[in-house]
Ligand binder design. Structure first.
Ligand code: SN0
Length: 311
């Protein structure tokens, strides 16, 4: 593995899931990262990604440096050839080159701006990192994907030992327009497993077709939930009407009554979750969300270990 930015960077996604669970079972400590440094660059907020990746790196003996670049760094210029006599102070090509000199692996978090779909789906910022970094790049959630989260999600599902599970990915309400990254990425990874996947969302919330192949799609949430073993829930804003939040008539919040339609289904969410908007307290309290969050550490460690072995 040379970089970790999508499922396509991983030769055998199922082996990486297996490694994640082996790390969880067999203990975490190793010295493979001794005298190696991981730099974590955040353009956006983070709790789980930052702490779990930092913990994973420490488990491997690595040193970690972290910067919230939007708050603590200079204003970054992304356009090539621009005359920088305005508000941007440092060009991305200079920043990434400099960061590369301080580390052996680099992680970057850069959310969608939800304004220009071309810009987001071209992964404008992540691609600049890939272009100018001289060390492997790890996505800590990019504009369109969140591979560390998806690896965790697959490991959390695999851990339950349900073969050929019925997995439902359901849209849920949210007060704010959110990226499609977690949903896109989940679909991309779950397609590599034996799961049967049903996607449900209100009209207007169709995801980019690149990610929905192989999924059964319905606008009827209750129909989708019937016999589900896992109910992965996430809000996303419209892709077609990019970044907008078309009005939704029905109630899409996941309640206990809805979970009762499932096959004793387990509720999943990447967190952070807006309680009693996305799902009710009762559903969240009985869910896999904390297991998912804890598994982030093992997933990150599996990824770091693979990248370190190829340095
Ligand atoms: C991000 C997202 O991509 O949806 C990160 C999820 C791991 N979520 C949010 O930004 C939630 C913000 C909010 O207002 O609840």
């Amino acid at each position: 593995m040379k970089n970790f930015t999508s499922v396509h960077d991983v030769k055998h996604p199922q082996s990486l899931v297996k490694q994640t669970l082996e790390i969880k079972t067999n203990g975490q400590r190793s010295e493979v990262g001794r005298n190696k440094t991981l730099a974590l660059i955040f353009f956006n907020p983070s709790l789980r990604t930052r702490l779990s990746t930092q913990k994973a790196a420490t488990n491997l003996g690595m040193d970690v440096i972290v910067i919230n670049i939007s708050e603590d760094g200079w204003n970054i210029e992304f356009e090539d050839g621009s005359v920088m006599d305005g508000s941007t102070q440092e060009h991305i090509k200079d920043a990434v080159k400099v960061i590369s000199g301080y580390c052996d692996l680099m992680g970057v978090r850069t959310f969608a701006n939800l304004e220009d779909p071309q810009e987001d789906y071209r992964e404008k910022v992540l691609q600049k990192f890939m272009k100018h970094a001289t060390v492997p790049v790890i996505s800590l959630e990019s504009a369109t994907l969140h591979p560390l989260q998806s690896l965790t999600d697959l490991a959390t599902i695999a851990e339950t030992n349900i073969s050929c599970p019925k997995v439902v990915l359901s849209w849920a309400p949210h007060p704010k327009a959110l990226p499609q990254a977690v949903a896109n990425s989940f679909l991309q990874w779950i397609a590599k497993t034996d799961a049967e996947i049903t996607l449900t969302h209100p009209k207007g919330y169709e995801l980019c077709e690149e990610f929905t192949g192989g999924a059964t799609i319905t606008n009827d949430q209750e129909e989708a939930l019937a016999n589900a073993d896992f109910v992965y829930t996430k809000n996303w804003s419209s892709y077609a009407n990019y970044g907008q939040m078309p009005v939704v008539e029905n109630d899409w919040t996941i309640s206990q009554q809805k979970m009762d339609l499932t096959n004793d289904g387990k509720f999943m969410h990447c967190l952070p979750i807006r309680r009693n908007v996305v799902a009710t307290d009762k559903v969240i309290n009985q869910s896999l969300v904390f297991k998912q969050a804890k598994n982030r550490e093992y997933a990150a460690q599996a990824v770091l270990q693979n990248l370190l072995e190829e340095l």
